[in-house]
Ligand binder design. Structure first.
Ligand SMILES: Cc1cc2nc3c(=O)[nH]c(=O)nc-3n(C[C@H](O)[C@H](O)[C@H](O)COP(=O)(O)O)c2cc1C
Length: 387
């Protein structure tokens, strides 16, 4: 099946942002996506009431597609003790509850499937975000665990050196991914995304900064892409033909070092060939010397990457990163920089941002984006007070 996301022509106007879009047989009510955002609030990998209210709030807010945060394929692949899990069939009912909530609120659901690699065994960000140690075990009963990666290279000073993975360990992890994709499907997700970004396991295979292997999984770019491509192909094979698969990448590691844009273009070409529908274009994730750090984080700073990948390969892309206004999102679509726009922190700040922007940009029709329970009241206030 070929992917057919209709492009947004230049000067389409705001309706292009809020109109429906189809990917395979999945129809999204608009092109705005809740970006995957880990909340580190799971218990033994299980979704809790926290996730229900968090995801429910975001789905009620009007986005077309709502991502559930990165979920670990096995225990070792968690970032923190609070990461959502998908390594056990017992995780499926909690995830199914989230897909039901999202569906009931009119959005489509997506999940990001992940393994932390050498960035695992970490404190939650608000606990410091450092490698776990004995003090964490004493304080919260959350001790460190052994981590693994393509090569035994520590993430940073003060971090443990991961075990370099044997071929057998790689095969096992790939099978863990397969089982996770099947569970995601059983939980009722519409979209499955493979996380190949931000310095986690799959990204460490891709980048020469994380992969110094001398076997068929290291060395040339083709070899470094082998494990992520094999895993993406399994995702496509497991996922229903009528539903889309996404892959999130770090489009570049940084300035002039490691994985670069031309590598992402080559990777996207291969992903397209195996039937991946959308490349979700993020960046970074490795610890770099200051001079190699990415350009200033200005609005839309990653859009040039999604634009180049889209134009060079013809695959659909999702743009993300400091997109904070509807006008900016629309102009990215109209300029052909991406096909979908993912929003992260702006939605933590204001979960109703999509619906609010809809009213501001398309007027009366924007009220259709609001659930009646909120919209009925806000519409009246709007007409009485002008906002
Ligand atoms: C709280 C939080 C958690 C995040 N967790 C994830 C994650 O689970 N997977 C991922 O790929 N990116 C994650 N990200 C990155 C976001 O998906 C997004 O790419 C990033 O925040 C940039 O978009 P923004 O400027 O709109 O926030 C996270 C970001 C935040 C703020």
């Amino acid at each position: 099946m070929t992917t057919n996301i209709a492009a947004v022509p230049a000067d389409s106007g705001a309706h292009a942002l809020f109109g429906p879009v189809q990917i395979r047989d999945l129809q999204l009510r608009n092109r705005l996506v809740v970006s995957p955002m880990a909340t580190y609030s799971a218990v033994d990998g299980h979704a809790t009431d926290w996730h229900v209210q968090h995801i429910g709030k975001l789905a009620a807010g009007g986005a077309g597609l709502v991502f559930v945060e990165q979920s670990s394929v096995n225990l070792q692949g968690r970032i923190t003790h609070g990461c959502l899990g998908i390594w056990d069939d017992a995780h499926v009912p909690g995830l199914a509850r989230l897909t039901q909530v999202i569906r009931d609120l009119g959005a489509a659901s997506a999940i990001q499937i992940a393994h932390s690699g050498r960035k695992g065994s970490s404190q939650r960000p608000w606990e410091g975000g450092a490698a776990l140690g004995d003090a964490d075990l004493a304080a919260r009963g959350e001790g460190p665990w052994e981590i693994c990666a393509p090569s035994p290279i520590a993430f940073d000073e003060g971090w443990p050196t991961p075990t370099g993975m044997s071929r057998g360990a790689i095969d096992q992890v790939v099978e863990d991914y397969r089982a996770a994709f099947i569970r995601a499907r059983d939980a009722g997700f519409d979209v499955c995304e493979l996380h190949c970004a931000h310095g986690y396991l799959m990204h460490s295979f891709l980048s020469p900064l994380g992969n110094q292997r001398s076997d068929e999984y290291g060395g040339s770019r083709q070899n470094r892409m082998r494990v992520p491509l094999r895993t993406a192909a399994i995702m496509r094979e497991v996922w229903p033909d009528d539903l889309p698969c996404f892959v999130r990448i770090s489009s570049v590691d940084g300035l002039g070092v490691g994985w670069q844009l031309e590598d992402s273009i080559a990777f996207a070409r291969e992903l397209k060939a195996i039937g991946i529908d959308v490349v979700d274009c993020s960046s970074g994730g490795f610890k770099l010397p200051a001079e190699n750090n990415l350009v200033a984080r200005t609005p839309g700073f990653q859009l040039p990457f999604s634009e180049a990948i889209r134009k060079e390969t013809g695959i659909a892309t999702m743009g993300v990163g400091l997109i904070r206004t509807g006008e900016f999102a629309l102009s990215a679509l109209e300029q052909g920089q991406c096909d979908l726009v993912a929003i992260g922190r702006e939605l933590l700040w204001n979960p109703n941002w999509v619906s609010q922007v809809a009213v501001e940009m398309i007027g009366a029709q924007g009220w259709a984006s609001w659930p009646d329970q909120y919209g009925w009241w806000l519409k009246r206030r709007w007409f009485q007070q002008g906002s």
